[in-house]
Design a protein around this ligand. Structure first.
Ligand SMILES: [Ca+2]
Ligand SMILES: [Ca+2]
Ligand SMILES: [Ca+2]
Ligand SMILES: [Ca+2]
Length: 451
């Protein structure tokens, strides 16, 4: 699969979007006007990976659904006609009943841990990080405790304090754990046997105590800013965006203030109002910041020295004031819809999905209503019930919409003109009514997801 070339994030998807709803009422979010969701959770899912590292379950280049249901992880394989196969119970663990996994305690991700080209499940359970390796038949191996840390009991990791991500830090094509703990960012490197090395304090910042980083104020991402195929930390702190570059030994350089904007104080950016993403807008192989501010979408381009250019208003829409976009109603993604290797904005507004195409100068085209569905009014889509993803379902190198509606998973194919085909019910499961899937209990991911 061809995707945004710049960012070597191995996590095909994460459950963070689902976490948003359950975290809404937590004390950490008590200052949020609309306590139903945090943008922190939404935006962590939008990082793209290099073509060689974005993995689906069975390795055929078509995105697959992985749904964590009551009885375990179910898989539906993407097909060339843009539908999905019927759900198969792919491993009888990582589920609400099967193992007692909870969204508010146990994040679950998809990433290629062992470098075999297929997505593996990485589940942060009570006793540490468990791995189930993806198999060519679309099922997963039984869980193995891959490192006895990063867990609810093992280390005392908490969803509302300690983000845990997966990306290739050292550039060996295997996904590594990056955990933002109390004392800084810890790294455990993925090994060819599907386990992880013991945690190493990779940089003594970006932590709950080390620097005072807070989930509800300071989003932290992994993306390749300087284009060396190693994941870098991008942390949105009080004074702007800080960067620490990934090194071949699996540690990070000390934080540098890479642009003095997009911060809690620098610009007044708020998690509950202003989603911030990393994506390659101009196609130069380096991750750029895309920040949805009050007046529209701002872009700062990544530079080879690991800093960012000053913000430019790249399109005067998709903002809190510009268009009236709200985190709790209107998810905004970055994905390559038209297949030109530049990230495009896909915004789920009131009347449907809007698209603005990324341009080589780092700006976006004006919004076009790309399909009149998947919107707050158009179809009645709700953040707290109906997750929407961007992923290449049919393997044509263009991002497709996968929307989990009431009656199942709907697909709209991306077209070369930047619009989408009308929704088709691609599998009659994984829906609010079809199967009884709930955002706060049953994470639904796309392996090979581009957003
Ligand atoms: Ca597949
Ligand atoms: Ca690695
Ligand atoms: Ca890098
Ligand atoms: Ca594009």
């Amino acid at each position: 699969m061809k995707h945004l070339n710049s960012i070597r994030l191995l996590a095909a998807a994460s459950t963070t979007a689902a976490l948003s709803v359950t975290l809404g009422g937590a004390p950490a979010f008590s200052d949020v006007d609309q306590p139903t969701i945090s943008t922190h959770s939404i935006e962590q899912g939008d990082l793209a990976s290099s073509p060689s590292l974005r993995r689906d379950v069975n390795g055929d280049g078509r995105a697959d659904i992985v749904g964590f249901g009551n009885d375990g992880a179910y898989v539906s394989l993407g097909q060339s006609n843009s539908t999905f196969t019927q759900p198969v119970l792919a491993v009888n663990n990582y589920g609400y009943n099967a193992g007692g996994w909870r969204v508010e305690r146990h994040p679950r991700h998809l990433a290629d841990v062992n470098g075999d080209g297929r997505a593996d499940i990485v589940g942060f359970g009570n006793d540490g990080a468990y791995v189930s390796r993806g198999r060519t038949n679309g099922t997963f191996t039984q869980p193995v405790l891959a490192v006895n840390n990063y867990g609810y009991n093992a280390g005392g990791w908490r969803v509302d304090q300690h983000p845990r991500l997966l990306a290739d830090v050292n550039g060996d094509d295997r996904a590594d754990i990056v955990g933002f703990g109390n004392d800084g960012a810890y790294v455990s490197l993925g090994r060819s046997n599907g386990t992880f090395t013991q945690p190493v304090l990779a940089v003594n910042n970006y932590g709950y105590n080390a620097g005072g980083w807070r989930v509800e104020r300071h989003p932290r991402h992994l993306a390749d800013v300087n284009g060396d195929d190693r994941a870098d930390i991008v942390g949105f702190g009080n004074d702007g965006a800080y960067v620490s570059l990934g090194q071949s030994n699996g540690t990070f350089t000390q934080p540098v203030l890479a642009v003095n904007n997009y911060g809690y104080n620098a610009g007044g950016w708020r998690v509950e109002r202003h989603p911030r993403h990393l994506a390659d807008v101009n196609g130069d192989g380096r991750a750029d910041i895309v920040g949805f501010g009050n007046d529209g979408a701002y872009v700062s381009r990544g530079r080879s020295n690991g800093t960012f250019t000053q913000p430019v208003l790249a399109v005067n829409n998709y903002g809190y004031n510009a268009g009236g976009w709200r985190v709790e109603r209107h998810p905004r993604h970055l994905a390559d819809v038209n297949g030109d290797d530049r990230a495009d904005i896909v915004g789920f507004g009131n009347d449907g999905a809007y698209v603005s195409l990324g341009q080589s100068n780092g700006t976006f085209t004006q919004p076009v209503l790309a399909v009149n569905n998947y919107g707050y009014n158009a179809g009645g889509w709700r953040v707290e019930r109906h997750p929407r993803h961007l992923a290449d379902v049919n393997g044509d190198d263009r991002a497709d919409i996968v929307g989990f509606g009431n009656d199942g998973a709907y697909v709209s194919r991306g077209r070369s003109n930047g619009t989408f085909t009308q929704p088709v019910l691609a599998v009659n499961n994984y829906g609010y009514n079809a199967g009884g899937w709930r955002v706060d209990q049953h994470p639904r991911l796309l392996a090979g997801d581009t957003d």
